[in-house]
Design a protein around this ligand. Structure first.
Ligand SMILES: Cc1cc2nc3c(=O)[nH]c(=O)nc-3n(C[C@H](O)[C@H](O)[C@H](O)COP(=O)(O)OP(=O)(O)OC[C@H]3O[C@@H](n4cnc5c(N)ncnc54)[C@H](O)[C@@H]3O)c2cc1C
Length: 327
């Protein structure tokens, strides 16, 4: 049996940020992840300035691809506009590996299946034992499944379904493009070029709305690919898209039970307007570490609910259109 003070299940941005903070404060921890790093994670890799601040990242020292966007090209039905922004993109294959190495802690490749409470401790697959257990395993987190499924149910109305592909591509347009309200998609689509010659294109939307429209994400994906071709953004590529589902923030937020914590996608923390989950995952990981260090309760109040606070996406876009659009 391997003993650790804290075991974190999942080494994505939530788990590795939690480990980073614990390690900085001299608290011994271990990450168990079913995949060996570096690993592929389906994600457009858009990160905000808050992420860079939370991670105390010096962008000049970041050793991999980090793309800076000064504008987003927005496509609305019958209307196009340019939104001035200061945003970034990374490749999750590189970023997650960098985060986990930077945390400087022990990472074991292990697919967690069974977790039980044994007195004051948690025992994982009869091989690992800990005093604090942190669930950071994403949508299908076994900590959520074992301990929070009933106390923290995830509403089906919060479930987002996606399809995407990231591939090497000799793209010509270096801007990030976003499409809203196309073909009644209850979500949005994206084109995110990365500095090292990779391109990420994808589409996401609420599953229950797609179903009630008698629509599917696959049908929407085909329409999106046609649009990419029509605009000559991607012309000569045979797509191998893949899908993943995750939850945006919803009202029930029981994320701590004694010495058991839930962070990132396993707690369903992505923003309500844009489904941005990297920032909330990192912030919640840091907050969970602080709760363990201080012995105080975990509060996720400072995890943002909206990527564009105060305004629902469309209103924000329309305001931007009226006040600072460059045609
Ligand atoms: C297509 C798509 C595009 C997205 N684009 C963006 C974007 O541009 N910007 C943004 O901010 N957010 C985006 N998101 C959301 C973002 O990817 C997630 O919110 C974020 O990855 C959550 O981080 P996490 O650490 O909680 O979980 P994850 O990154 O999912 O990490 C969970 C880890 O747990 C491990 N794990 C799972 N089960 C087990 C197990 N049984 N045992 C051991 N380990 C296990 C996994 O291998 C994984 O490494 C996107 C999501 C999708 C699907």
């Amino acid at each position: 049996m391997l003993d650790a003070t804290v075991i974190i299940v999942g080494g994505g941005p939530a788990g590795s940020s939690c480990a980073w903070k614990l390690q900085e404060n001299g608290i011994e921890c271990l990450i168990l992840d079913k995949q060996k790093f570096p690993r592929t994670k389906l994600c457009a890799g858009w990160i905000t300035p808050e992420v860079i601040e939370d991670l105390k990242m010096d962008i000049h020292d970041y050793p991999y691809s980090l793309t800076k966007f000064n504008r987003f090209h927005i496509h609305l039905p019958h209307k196009e506009m340019t939104l001035n922004v200061r945003q970034y993109a990374i490749r999750r294959y590189e970023f997650d590996n960098w985060l986990i190495r930077r945390a400087g802690i022990k990472v074991v490749t292990h697919d967690v299946r069974e977790i039980r409470k044994d007195g004051d401790e948690y025992v994982i697959d009869d091989r690992y034992r800990c005093h604090y257990l942190v669930g950071a395993g994403g949508t299908y987190c076994p900590v959520y499944r074992s301990f929070y499924k009933y106390s923290n149910p995830r509403p089906q109305k919060s479930l987002v379904t996606t399809l995407e592909e990231e591939f090497p591509y000799d793209y010509q347009d270096v801007d990030c493009h976003l499409w809203f309200l196309q073909h009644k998609l209850p979500g949005y689509s994206w084109y995110v070029p990365k500095t090292d010659g990779y391109l990420n294109v994808g589409i996401g939307g609420f599953l229950y709305k797609l179903k009630s429209n008698n629509d599917t994400i696959v049908k929407q994906w085909r329409l999106f690919i046609d649009e990419l071709k029509r605009l000559s953004l991607v012309t000569d590529h045979h797509f191998h898209e893949r899908g993943y589902n995750y939850y945006i923030q919803h009202p029930t937020d029981i994320v701590q039970n004694d010495r058991l914590f839930l962070i990132g996608d396993s707690a369903g923390l992505a923003t309500k307007d844009m489904g941005e989950g990297i920032g909330p995952a990192i912030r919640s990981g840091i907050l969970a570490a602080n709760a363990i260090i201080s012995g105080k309760s975990l509060s996720l109040r400072s995890v943002k609910k909206y990527s564009f606070p105060k305004y629902p996406t469309l209103l924000k876009l329309l305001l931007a259109y009226l006040f600072k659009v460059k045609k």
